[in-house]
Design a protein around this ligand. Sequence first.
Ligand SMILES: C[S@@+](CC[C@H](N)C(=O)[O-])C[C@H]1O[C@@H](n2cnc3c(N)ncnc32)[C@H](O)[C@@H]1O
Length: 221
Amino acid sequence: MNEPLDVSETRAAYDSVATSYGEMLRGLMEEKPYDRAMLSAFAGQVLAAGNPVVLDAGCGTGRIAGHLATLGLEVSGVDLSPGMVEVARAEHPGLAFSVGSLEDLNLEAGSWGGIVAWYSLIHTPPERLGSVFASLAGGLAPGGFLLLAFQAGSGRRHIQHAYGHEISMHAYLLDPDTVEVQLEAAGLEVEARLLRAPDADERTPQAYLMARKSNSPAATK
Ligand SMILES: C[S@@+](CC[C@H](N)C(=O)[O-])C[C@H]1O[C@@H](n2cnc3c(N)ncnc32)[C@H](O)[C@@H]1O
C-alpha cells in the first residue's frame, strides 16, 4: 500500500512508545474532569439516540474505549499502530481492537451510533482532514454523533521525545473554528464545543467538538 510518509512515521513512533504510553496514561482520566464531562455527554447522547455501537477511532491503548464501555456503550477500537493495538487488547480483553488507518477505513455506511477521535487526528495534515471527516460521517447512522478532542492552536510541531523515548513524528495544533467548518462540509452539525485552559501537563488549550449527523439521511452528504 502506498501511504504518505507521515503516516508511516506516526505508526513507527507509536509502535515504539506503546508500552510506556499505556503505563504513563493509565489513570489519567481521573485527573481530567472536563474529559470525563465530554465523554459522559457523548455517551448519554448516543444512548438516548438508541444505537449504542461506537467506534474509538485512533484508540491507542484503548483507555477511551475502556472508559466508554463503563458508560454503557458497545465499543470497539481501531488504530494505525499495531503496537498500540497490542497493548489495548492486553489492557481491555473484553473489547475488540483492530489495526487500520482513519484515512482508509471503509466503514459500513450508516452503521455507527457514535465515533470518537480522541487526539487521534492530530498527526494528520489539516488539508487531509476533510476527507477523513467525510468518511467518518458516512459511517455514522442518521442522528449519530462524532466527538473530537485535540490541542487548540495553529502550526506543526516536530516531536522528538515522548513517553520516555526518542522518536520522530509531527503533530498539528488545530483551530476549532476551522475544524467546525470542515465538519459542516462533511454534513455534520456541531452541537457542543468546549475549549479549556491547559492543565499542568499540557502546553496549549484543549478543544472538544461534538457534532451530529442529521436524522434525515436525505439532508446529509
Ligand atoms: C495521542 S494518541 C491518542 C490515543 C487515544 N485516543 C488516547 O486518547 O489515549 C494518538 C493515536 O492516534 C493514532 N493515529 C494517528 N494517526 C492515525 C490514523 N491515520 N489512523 C488511525 N490511528 C491513527 C496513533 O497510532 C495513536 O495511537
